[in-house]
Design a protein around this ligand. Structure first.
Ligand SMILES: Cc1ncc(COP(=O)(O)O)c(C=O)c1O
Length: 476
């Protein structure tokens, strides 16, 4: 849930050896003078001066102003304890809090910052666009440019509709799937997050498959009564649902690699099966690539795995750090969307010129040769370094990565689903988290969120992170 922090997570772990590794070369560096300063300060000195006094004051004030002091739940650090750090600025692979502490950032604004924070070219392009205004509420050329880029990159997308968030994209795509198929039921998987629209807020039960009950007060039972759930990677459970609800299932939606309950990969058989069973039942297959789109590969998980869904949702990276979402798919399906067709969906700020600009320049940067090889190389070093350090210190730990996405759990694993993930020692993760924060490493503040690397993480960043992890593991 990338920053959402619903209930407990689901995760699956893949052992690192099961992931393909490639290498390449490309170096980049964080371009802010503070980084230099940080490099020269010893770990002990840094720890002595580490204080979160201003963050604490600001957060205490925020709690009286906004629910829980935040505008998205997981930011409140509830699952790792302590108070969140309040951010002042970001650049490249780094973040600075309002107390002046510097962090190597592996959250990347929950995914969008794949080319590094506040990229100079993106900022310059935004400044140019801004001279013409911030919102037109009418067609603009930039929409065509980003639409063409998305269509040519993502195998399943022949037409696209831009919206303002991943939640909105997933909400729209479900309506579209129902409109196109004339059916109402939806299958989603435990531990997959598809935004906070009512129909998706279903807590997966512990049975093989359950009819959804709302996960949050305020969601009427009727809103989730057509949401069926199954454990991730569980072919038999999905077969059973198709048998029980023959002819009723409009769509199957999944995160093709789960990031919202930690990092969980699909087995190849699972993805192949889902593609096959949806085709056989005239059910639409939706890949929610809000997180994986342009991250696992330029064409997303569908390019990485060579499996083409009928519909895809996107967000995060395609907005380059500005609010955006999108859904797209086969032309015949997309032509159902208003005003081409009867399925209504609209948005005041959709296709906003600033979001389009940031997206275009972010994708351009990703197109440069070697981008994904570089992500693969540094992420492999990072996760293998962390796992080795954890094991050497005697901890049960497992983890994996694909391209610029990674995760690890405090359990021997492997983790294939929610039940496996729950075996993770979350108390130990919380201690590890606080230790890493003091070391100047910012990880996602939950055991059940994936981590992200970007093109501005340098090999030195990675080594510093592994060194920090070694020290912290020893203290757990
Ligand atoms: C896979 C997935 N889908 C949908 C969403 C919702 O996106 P947003 O937070 O932009 O509404 C998220 C958010 O993290 C996500 O990870």
């Amino acid at each position: 849930m990338a920053g959402i922090g619903l209930s407990l997570p689901t995760n699956t772990l893949v052992t690192p050896s099961s992931v393909t590794h490639t290498s390449s070369s490309r170096s980049s560096s964080s371009s802010r003078c503070n980084c230099v300063k940080m490099m020269t300060v010893s770990v002990d000195e840094k720890k002595k001066t580490f204080t979160l006094k201003k963050s604490e004051e600001a957060f205490n004030a925020a709690k009286g102003l906004m629910p829980g002091g935040v505008n998205s739940p997981v930011r409140a650090f509830k699952s790792v304890g302590g108070q969140p750090i309040v951010i002042d600025s970001v650049k490249g692979s780094r973040m600075w809090d309002i107390d002046g502490n510097e962090y190597i950032d592996y959250v990347g604004s929950w995914g969008p910052a794949i080319i590094g924070h506040a990229d100079d070219e993106v900022l310059a392009a935004l400044a140019e666009t801004m001279k013409k205004g911030t919102s037109f509420g009418a067609p603009c050329l930039l929409e065509n440019v980003l639409a063409e880029m998305v269509i040519s990159a993502v195998p399943s997308i022949e037409m696209v509709r831009f919206v303002n968030s991943g939640t909105e994209a997933c909400m729209g795509v479900l309506r579209l799937a129902r409109a196109f198929t004339g059916k109402t039921k939806l299958i989603k998987f435990e531990g997959c997050y598809h935004g906070h629209a009512d129909a998706y807020l279903v807590k997966a039960g512990s049975g093989v498959a359950t009819l959804g009950l709302p996960d949050s007060p305020g969601v009427p039972a009727a809103a989730t009564s057509n949401t069926l759930t199954a454990p991730y990677n569980d072919i038999a459970a999905v077969e059973e649902l198709f048998k029980t609800h023959k002819g009723e299932i409009a769509a199957v939606i999944l995160e093709p690699v789960v990031g919202n309950s930690g990092f969980i990969t699909p087995t190849p058989e699972f993805l192949n099966f889902i593609r096959k069973v949806t085709k056989e039942n005239d059910t639409l297959l939706i890949f929610d690539e809000v997180m994986t789109g342009f991250r696992l590969a330029y064409g997303g998980a569908q390019e990485y795995y060579g499996i083409t869904p009928d519909l895809t949702t996107l967000g995060k990276i395609i907005g380059g750090g500005l609010p955006v979402g999108a859904y797209g798919g086969r032309r015949e399906i997309m032509e159902m969307v208003a005003p081409a067709g009867p399925m209504y969906q609209a948005g005041t700020l959709s296709g906003n010129p600033l979001a389009m600009t940031a997206g275009i320049h972010t994708l351009k940067r990703l197109q440069e040769p070697g981008s994904y090889e570089y992500l693969d190389k540094i992420t492999s070093q990072l996760i293998n370094g962390i796992l080795d350090a954890g094991k050497k210190a005697g901890h049960a730990i497992c983890g994996g990565y694909i391209s610029g996405m990674f995760g690890f759990f405090f359990t021997d694993g492997p983790v294939y689903n929610f039940e496996d993930a729950k075996k993770s020692d979350t108390a130990k993760f919380a201690k590890f988290y606080r230790g890493m924060l003091e070391e100047g490493v910012y990880l996602a503040p939950s055991q059940f969120e994936a981590g992200f690397t970007g093109l501005k993480h340098t090999p030195e960043d990675i080594q510093r992170t592994i060194d920090a992890a070694e020290r912290v593991f020893k203290q757990l």
